[in-house]
Design a protein around this ligand. Sequence first.
Ligand code: GLP
Length: 241
Amino acid sequence: MEVVILSGKEQAGALAADAIEALLRAKPDAVLGLATGSSPLPIYDELARRHRDRGLSFAAAQGFALDEYVGLAPGHPESYAEVVRREFSQRVDIDPARVHAPDGAAADIAAEGERYEAAIKAAGGVDLQILGLGTDGHLGFNEPGSSLASRTRLKTLTEQTRQDNARFFDSIDEVPHHVLTQGLGTIMDAKHLVLIATGANKAPAVHATVEGPVTAICPGSVLQLHPHVTFLVDEAAASEL
Ligand code: GLP
């Protein structure tokens, strides 16, 4: 794992955008793995800027979201499909029909997990997966205790994650309890993982991910087993390394 300590989140966003731009120039039809949460926002800002200012094109690319809430009304502004559309897809020239998310409103959630796995496989797999890190070390919505080999499936959020994400909703009561998330095994299949963590509240999770034992108690630690991980952290998030 390559850990890069930067002075701020804008620098982290720019470095991640460098990796994505290099990939797209070499492989215009690359498959991008898209994360939500606040950590990747500087990446999407920078990609939108490069699209606008120097014609970086996503026209032939595809995108797959990491995860989705279960139980939100379709089109809910905080559904991850909407967040990806708002923060990324509609700011660049990617074909919206080629940006996918698990359907959290599917009648058969288990079947939807299998369908999503098959869709990623049919696309040729994810070339570059953007990732954030939960304060409890979760990746996507793979909470502590998730199998390191897991695939896209239903998960129940911990109280800590619901509290962390309550800021996106009017009250914590509106935060769903259930989600569909790519598994840790799914994430580990991506060819290049670009993880971004900023702020002092991420410092314990960054420490456990980079320097702790590989354990399901800290899902991020599974990344130690991946051959190509770029972990972008600011000085606050790196303070316990
Ligand atoms: C959510 C998302 C994760 C994200 C995490 C951290 O739980 N499912 O993909 O990494 O939040 O969010 P933030 O970047 O806002 O701290």
